[in-house]
Write a protein that binds this ligand. Structure first.
Ligand code: SAM
Length: 202
């Protein structure tokens, strides 16, 4: 997601530094922790925090302007079970304690359609090895995407890496499942685009 440059972002992030994740001080409790990589403007993680008040949530977003918009929404909703990191996902292995995450959500991740960019996909083996370090116990990845190429490559990559696809749909809305919409998802659904969905477990 490309957010227009937000000149207020730096100061706003500084002013709300209590929402930033630090492994030494954040979530010193026994609750499980969900991680969303690429939170965009934050709609999904906010709904998940509200739906699962006893689950810690860590949201990661690379783009500073988009991150600041998500942070603003979070500040305004007064939720306490979320902390954020404005970093690329590759850094998670250094920033999140090993064996601490129970579920990872990848919502409408950038598809990187060119073959030479395949390693940048958030379900490539590069990132699956990062997730391997931070996962605790059963490793569960939940993916939603409109992009068929990314979805197919994720199925192959996850399977090659030892994940079992436990649940899958090529039209999430048709399943009638309870589902928190992301910003991208809401836009695609208005256009009638079908959403691919999978849950993979290792
Ligand atoms: C297409 S947008 C989807 C945003 C949101 N998840 C949604 O569904 O509406 C993908 C988001 O992932 C972020 N992103 C892409 N690669 C990332 C990475 N390696 N680490 C962290 N965030 C990343 C982008 O900056 C962008 O905001």
């Amino acid at each position: 997601m490309r957010g227009r440059n937000k000149p207020w972002a730096d100061q706003f992030i500084l002013d709300h530094a209590d929402y930033l994740y630090h492994q030494e001080t954040s979530f010193l409790n026994n609750q499980e922790t969900y991680l969303e990589v690429g939170i965009g403007k934050g709609d999904f993680i906010i709904q998940s925090c509200q739906y699962y008040p006893h689950v810690n949530h860590i949201g990661v977003e690379l783009n500073k302007s988009v991150f600041a918009i998500a942070l603003k929404k979070i500040v305004n909703t007064n939720i306490e079970n979320v902390k954020l990191l404005q970093v690329p996902a590759a850094q998670l292995v250094e920033l999140i304690p090993h064996h601490s995450i129970s579920k990872i959500f990848l919502n409408f991740s950038d598809p990187w359609p060119k073959k030479r960019h395949a390693r940048r996909r958030l379900t490539s083996s590069v990132f699956l090895s990062v997730y391997d370090n931070i996962f605790k116990g059963d490793k569960v990845i939940v993916q939603k995407t409109d992009n068929t190429g990314l979805f197919e490559s994720s199925i192959v990559s996850l399977s090659n890496y030892g994940y079992i696809i436990e649940d899958i749909s090529l039209d999430l809305a048709s399943t009638g499942m309870e589902n928190s919409l992301t910003e991208y998802e809401a836009k695609f659904m208005k256009l009638g685009v079908k959403i691919n969905y999978l849950v993979a477990e290792k």
